[in-house]
Design a protein around this ligand. Structure first.
Ligand SMILES: [Zn+2]
Length: 259
């Protein structure tokens, strides 16, 4: 594996996108002036899309660096479980113990504050925790302004640091969206963003067969596997258990990125 410093990439230039935006609009103006609207107008539309589309693409790097797989050759994956703590956490911890697997729990700040005992239990069993925002505003995370975004990242960071005794080092964007204002609070708190390699849409799809098919397609050495707990369909524990069985069948161990 390469050195941890290259995996844990805290944004260094949170406003670099602004320079790209200005440059692109200058280029559009130049094009419009030299070649007319038939070139200028499409260029204007495309240049704006280039800044909007990455907000909704979890692995896009325009607004912040992102880790989407681990550089390992052995059959091992980083198991990540989002949206807890929840009523499922205890059962998931038991399943992880049974399969001798390690995971990182990306926790929601206010849910952690409501279940401090579960945060302690996750750590006591040797798993990691990450920051997954303070209130998990799924529908509007992409549209949050600078103050609201700083609050979502910062409040969760404070809450989790207090409960865990040390601040998390990894951040996962809510529903994978990352807008122009995410990078500044990540930098302020020394957080690096994590996406995923394999996911089964288990936050919304409660069918373990379909979920496992999707995850299985993208399993590879170093894959970051995304799972959820506390989903409304009520089958998160079953899905985690099935994923652990799938990993065993295929000869995969679990690992976490080095500190
Ligand atoms: Zn989530």
């Amino acid at each position: 594996m390469t050195t941890p410093a290259t995996l844990h990439r805290v944004p260094r230039h949170p406003h670099a996108w602004l320079a790209w935006l200005l440059l692109s609009q200058l280029a559009v103006a130049l094009l419009w002036w030299r070649l007319g609207w038939t070139w200028g107008l499409p260029a204007l539309v495309l240049s704006h899309l280039a800044f909007v589309v990455p907000v909704f693409m979890p692995r896009a790097r325009l607004y912040a660096p992102v880790l989407d797989r681990l550089p390992v050759d052995e059959r091992a994956v980083w198991l990540t479980i989002d949206d807890g703590p929840s009523g499922d956490t205890a059962a998931i911890l038991a399943a992880l113990d049974r399969h001798r697997a390690r995971a990182t729990f990306f926790l929601v700040g206010e849910r952690a504050q409501a279940h401090p005992g579960l945060v302690g239990e996750i750590l006591r069993r040797g798993h990691g925790i990450g920051n997954h925002s303070q209130t998990h505003p799924a529908g509007r995370f992409w549209a949050l302004g600078p103050r609201a975004m700083a609050g979502q990242v910062g409040q969760a960071q404070q809450a989790l640091a207090r409960l865990a005794g040390a601040p998390p080092r990894w951040f996962r964007s809510v529903v994978g969206h990352t807008n122009p204002f995410v990078a500044a609070p990540l930098r302020a708190h020394g957080l690096a963003r994590v996406a995923w390699t394999a996911r089964g849409y288990d936050a919304v799809d409660g069918d373990p067969v379909r979920v496992l098919q999707r995850i299985g397609r993208d399993l590879a050495p170093g894959a970051i596997v995304l799972l959820h707990e506390g989903a409304a369909h009520g089958r998160s524990v079953e899905i985690v258990e099935a994923t652990l069985c799938l990993l065993e069948e295929r000869g995969y161990a679990t690992l976490e990125p080095p500190e």
